[in-house]
Design a binder for this molecule. Structure first.
Ligand code: SAH
Length: 271
């Protein structure tokens, strides 16, 4: 068999493959059954039909998304070579391919309506992707994504253990989160150094928090900054006098509701 890879002036041909680029976090999923299972984890809803895939690469998830009638699939991909590949292999998708960086783009550029998000995320920027999702949360009813297993576990973790962290609280404030399943490195080409996990986030009923949201984020960041200390000590940088039983606990022991209450106390103490 002849491969024509690497010749930029060679005619498009079906054997062309995208070269994996490390700086873009490109690890292509090659296990079709897992790809199908990830796409099947999206729950069809009546009030949204659009789905945006972040980082489709060579389209291993996209092919299954396109076979679903209940969704209209859009993709955003920063890698020009992948975009060229997708246009060639999925011509009907072409008008719905956005060549761009998800971190520098807004859902409102696509639509004002709700959009579910799916993707095998570039692991190196998965936290940043989630902060962008949080900013646009009222337009994002659902997220199904694969990321580094450790981070997936952390995001889905309940309070009271050492996996629970800043992103867990922020995301759990607005989403119900479920860890779905794990995927070993061998399912990818090239294999990543870490295990992977799939999570599903469903937007909860909380329109906004019952406290100052900026301060909520600040209290959590400050509290987890020294997570081994009690909040009495960890929150010292805020420079306020507090009196609450929460102060005898550590950040990782507090639920979203606890942090809301604590934030209100801080707000009051700040005067
Ligand atoms: N979904 C494919 C590829 C996963 S690798 C698969 O499962 O095989 C992650 C993909 O995200 C790569 O295709 C990479 O080019 C893309 N990517 C990386 N950073 C991105 C960004 N900021 N915005 C959009 N896509 C990005």
């Amino acid at each position: 068999m002849y491969h024509f890879e690497g010749f930029s002036d060679s005619p498009p041909n079906i054997l062309m493959k995208v070269r994996a680029k490390k700086h873009l976090g490109q690890h292509f999923l090659r296990d079709q059954a897992i790809a199908q299972r990830i796409v099947d984890s999206l729950i069809p809803h009546q009030d949204y039909t659009r789905v945006l895939e972040i980082g489709p690469g060579m389209g291993v998830l996209t092919q299954y998304l396109l076979s679903k009638d209940d969704f209209e699939t859009h993709v955003i991909e920063v890698d020009h070579e992948s975009v060229a590949y997708l246009k060639e292999h999925f011509p009907t998708l072409s008008p719905r391919i956005i060549e761009g960086d998800f971190l520098r783009w807004q859902l409102s550029q696509l639509t004002d309506e709700k959009v579910a998000i799916i993707g095998n995320l570039p692991y190196n920027i998965s936290s940043q992707i989630f902060f962008r999702v949080l900013e646009q949360r009222d337009q994002v009813p659902e997220v199904v994504c694969m990321l580094q297993k450790e981070v997936a576990r952390r995001i889905a973790s309940p309070p009271g253990n050492k996996e629970y962290g800043i992103l867990s609280v922020f995301l759990q404030a607005f989403y119900d989160i479920e860890y779905l399943f794990s995927v070993p490195p061998g399912a990818f080409d090239p294999p990543p150094k870490v295990n992977s996990g799939i999570i599903r986030l469903l937007r909860n009923q909380t329109a906004r928090l019952d406290c100052d949201e900026k301060l909520f984020f600040r209290v959590i960041k400050t509290g987890f900054n020294q997570r081994r200390k009690t909040l009495r000590n960890a929150l010292k940088p805020l420079g306020v006098e507090l009196d609450s039983p929460y102060l005898d606990q550590r950040a990782e022991q507090l639920s979203v509701e606890d942090f809301v209450k604590l934030t209100k106390l801080v707000e009051k103490a700040m005067g």
